[in-house]
Write a protein that binds this ligand. Sequence first.
Ligand SMILES: Cc1ncc(COP(=O)(O)O)c(C=O)c1O
Length: 478
Amino acid sequence: MRPSKSDPGRGAASAAWEVLLPAASAPARTRGRALQAALREAVRSGRLAPGTRLPSSRDLAADLGVSRGLVTEAYEQLTAEGYLRSGRGAGTWVGAAVRAARPRAHDLAPRAPGARADFVPGTPDLSLFPRSAWAAAHRAVLAESPHQDLGYPDPRGLPGLRTALAELLTRRRGVVADPERIMIVSGVTQATTLLGFALHARGMRAVGVENPGSPQHDALYASAGVTAVPLPLDGEGIALEPLRESGVRAVVTTPAHQFPTGIAYSARRRAELLDWARSVDGIVLEDDYDGDFRYDRAPVGALQGLDPDHVAYTGSVSKSLAPGLRLGWLLVPASWAEDVVERKRTMDLGHPALDQALFARFLERGDYDRQLRRCQRAYRERRDTLVAALEEHFPGSEVSGIAAGLHVIATLPERYGPEERFLARVAEAGVAVRPLSACAHTRTEDTAKKVRLVLGYAHVPPARIAEGVRLMAEAATG
Ligand SMILES: Cc1ncc(COP(=O)(O)O)c(C=O)c1O
């Protein structure tokens, strides 16, 4: 289905209609409820943006192969719940006020396969995945690994991988990385969950999180019985006074390239943060999710390197290789190590051994450094293309957070607002974007007026970036 002005509901969110298909094939008895649940979830998660027009009940029923009555009923129910609104004879729309649940972890990944342009942040260019080098490493590992490497691994990870990673993290990120203390985990996500349990075990039932920040934190910490407390940022990082006043003793940060604003924490704020952690006998959790990509500023070393006794450091290959590998690392202060390792053991008895051996070889042979250099070149070009296209098509915009990472923040002049209208228009044109407000734990005053976008560019080839921005501008002003 291609988007078209005369048929507004059908193109922009065609991907979302497809997610309703599984519900449509539910057993007849539960089909109505399944359809309502799927529709509700699509609205909640932002898959169906506020203002999106839904197809007529007749069209959607035909597309899904269900009775029209089921669709009408679903529309009525969700209208009553406030998820949808309908005008007499004018169709059905996603309600303006819906911004319920913040996107959860899985919503971070681009999920706009049918979009004409996709700027949803969170994924690197998967076509740059080094398939041949990976395949060669795989073959070599299978041929050379001793049988005992196929047994239950040390829950911290294979010694060879921990040694290779320690070398990498020390060299590239200034981490104090003792191989004995590195743990291999299945991404920052698992590291966060492990830390959540460790906080809980120490009686810490609240953790400060950056606001705006990663939308996945609430759910991850909640699963460990820990409440995420949103804390505001200022120009230098997480603001100190609110942090002190909050009473938390643990705080999650992204100091190298704050997610999503892109600021790098100032040297002063880093020092203040560590002073704070020492004064409350607390801990700073450092998420170095895209610390490898720097374009035109000096690398900012990891905070952990300044005080390994008060910082837990985590990162993964999700931005440098592929998130589907589910491979990351975690370093915790010595006094936390035993507890965290035990939790990893009870969770999954350690990370898959062959994957670890493969990645160790990949690191040892310089393949990972080559991959980072290759991506760095590609992403810098894409970033430059995006910034230039925004200047051309959205004059007067402020583009920030551009010196590093895989996304920028574009603050559009007021004439493009309010946000709700802008999002509805670009969605209708088939352009997938994520507003900064989706990362806000609390609503800020000006979101309705000014449009702020978190634009991911790493996964989009330059020509499509330029074309996508043009399409977005056309839709926004059309
Ligand atoms: C702030 C932040 N941290 C970490 C991650 C990655 O988590 P994982 O390593 O589990 O893939 C993401 C994913 O987009 C993220 O946005």
